[in-house]
Design a protein around this ligand. Structure first.
Ligand code: ARG
Length: 281
């Protein structure tokens, strides 16, 4: 591992822990103009200035932790493009493109593909089936947990396995409030995940219990506060400030919790993780 891949000393990451690389898209054209999930109501007013300030704070938080953040140019007419996590899945420097369920978001996949082409990614795989990127795909080091039920087509899970060669653990989402996997679960480190049990069926719960030796249970209140839409670098966890019980459990286990406020993006059913696509080298 070269020095460049290591986080700066003193930047908050212990020596030797690799920095993460994220892709984010500013909420320049953000708004709630249609309703494609249970959180969205086009009658809701959005404060775009505040949305931008919250987004900027998230970006600055990653940078302060020593992580690298690339910025994807926002496209007019794509109000959900700020949710960069949905635009692709990147593992081992390889990119699996997204294919959105709703036509309102379809063009976001093209913008992401163009970004990866322009940034030297050589293996960019188009998707034949609907998948909403990291919205439904959670990289868990030696496997990928893949959600379905609301957005991603279960047929896409084979494509995911073919793309990266990792085992894919398919889990079904059953609560429309938690329509993407990343609203119901996040991977904290290679042994640990946090989840809201009510979002999964029996079969999914069994799979999660066998995959993660340490499974942190979030309350319904944590989940409604988008507490599972958190971003962990294995040591720090960036999480909505009002996911209090979950934050306390993470702190108890020794993770450093960085609370963040995202009032505006939540109106579209999103939180910090939705704004963050991890680019895994
Ligand atoms: N309004 C967006 C949608 O319904 C929110 C996407 C949130 N992204 C996420 N990764 N969960 O598609």
């Amino acid at each position: 591992m070269t020095m460049q891949t290591l986080a700066r000393d003193g930047a908050g990451i212990s020596a030797g822990r690799p920095a993460r690389t994220y892709l984010m898209c500013p909420p320049t054209h953000f708004g709630v103009h249609y309703a494609i999930n249970a959180w969205m109501d086009p009658a809701t007013r959005v404060d775009r200035v505040r949305a931008m300030a919250e987004w900027e704070r998230l970006r600055a938080t990653y940078v302060s932790l020593g992580h690298n953040v690339f910025v994807l140019d926002p496209v007019e007419g794509l109000p959900d493009m700020v949710f960069a996590a949905n635009g692709a899945t990147v593992v081992g420097g390889m990119v699996l493109g997204a294919r959105f369920r709703h036509p309102e978001r379809a063009r976001e996949a093209d913008a992401h593909r163009a970004w990866f082409e322009d940034h030297g990614y050589r293996r960019i795989m188009p998707a034949a089936h609907i998948n909403e990127g990291e919205g439904d795909y959670a990289f868990a080091y030696r496997a990928i947990v893949a959600g379905h039920g609301f957005r991603t087509d279960p047929a896409a899970h084979n494509e995911l396995h073919a793309a990266f060669g990792l085992p894919v653990i398919s889990v079904k989402l059953v609560d429309p409030r938690f329509y993407h996997l990343d609203t119901a679960l996040f991977v904290v480190d290679s042994f640990t995940a946090a989840y809201y049990p009510g979002a999964f069926d029996e079969d999914g719960l069994i799979k999660l219990k066998t995959l993660f030796p340490d499974l942190i249970e979030a309350t319904e209140q944590d989940a409604l506060a988008f507490g599972l839409n958190a971003v962990s670098d294995g040591r720090h966890v960036v999480i909505p400030h009002d996911a209090r019980a979950l934050s306390a459990k993470l702190t108890e286990r020794g993770y450093e919790v960085l609370p963040i406020e995202m009032t505006e993006l939540r109106k579209a059913g999103g939180g910090p993780k939705c704004c963050t696509l991890e680019l895994r080298a």
